[in-house]
Design a binder for this molecule. Structure first.
Ligand code: AP5
Ligand code: MG
Ligand code: ZN
Length: 217
């Protein structure tokens, strides 16, 4: 059983690494950002509340996010373990998560932090685009669809840029997340769970290191 947290600033490659981890280890991928975007698209109560924070690059209140995560982790499909991508983001959320995992009897096995320089993050986020139909992630610089204008995964021809990838929002998002990042890493380092990985390399190389950490569990 692998119960993993992936830490990393916006654009560090958490989603990209998660896809590869899911392929190999069959873990359930839980991205709070993806869950919020789905809730926003469906205009649910949580979605409408979250939108006012997300579109400005601020954090959704801890209690709202933690409740969403607890509900998701309580579902029966998590058989081989999970990846938490984008949660926790504050030490308060980390403490809330400890409570959730205690209640569900699912201990953490690893915390991996993907480290990428800020200039690279800005470059990646401004070049990212998404499939409107299935949410697949692309990048103008590093990951174009195999056939231009056609989604590799679902064949759709419609793409969009995330609202929070616009330059004015990216700046605030990075600031907000950077402030929380060091204490969060300390929190898991003190528990002996943290591995730091250089996320500045090609996705295959980053995954090779992640694979080594997870294969030792
Ligand atoms: P979320 O969707 O989680 O956004 P984020 O943390 O800002 O992270 P991203 O999804 O932008 O980046 P990523 O690390 O997944 O990178 P990716 O693999 O896509 O959250 C959105 C918002 O929701 C938050 O701002 C907040 O408002 C709210 N929220 C979510 N969780 C919350 C919480 N816990 N508490 C409160 N609020 C919360 O890669 C980025 C790009 O780079 C892609 O184009 C990709 O193709 C490319 N790329 C990736 N890896 C590489 C590589 N190695 N080399 C070259 N290019 C690469
Ligand atoms: Mg992501
Ligand atoms: Zn698609």
């Amino acid at each position: 059983m692998i119960n993993l947290i992936l830490l990393g600033l916006p654009g560090a490659g958490k989603g990209t690494a998660s896809e590869r981890i899911v392929d190999k280890f069959h873990l359930t991928h839980i991205s709070t950002g993806d869950m919020f975007r789905e809730a926003m698209a469906n205009k649910t109560k949580v979605g409408l509340e979250a939108k006012s924070y997300i579109d400005k690059g601020n954090l959704v209140p801890d209690e709202v996010t933690a409740k969403l995560v607890e509900e998701r982790l309580s579902q029966p499909d998590i058989t081989e373990g999970f990846i938490l991508d984008g949660f926790p983001r504050t030490t308060n959320q980390a403490e809330l998560l400890d409570g959730i995992l205690d209640r569900l009897h699912k201990p953490l096995t690893s915390v991996i932090s993907l480290e990428v320089a800020e200039s690279t993050l800005v470059e990646r986020l401004s070049a990212r685009f998404m499939c409107k139909e299935c949410g697949a992630t692309y990048n103008k610089l590093s990951k174009k669809p195999k056939v231009e204008g056609t989604c590799d995964r679902c064949g759709s021809h419609e793409f969009y840029q995330r609202e929070d990838d616009k330059p004015e929002v990216v700046k605030n998002r990075l600031e907000v997340n950077e402030k929380m990042n060091a204490p969060l890493k300390d929190y898991y380092d003190q528990k002996g769970l943290l591995t730091v990985i250089d996320g500045e390399r090609a996705p295959e190389e980053v995954f090779e290191d992640i694979d080594k950490v997870l294969s030792n569990k």
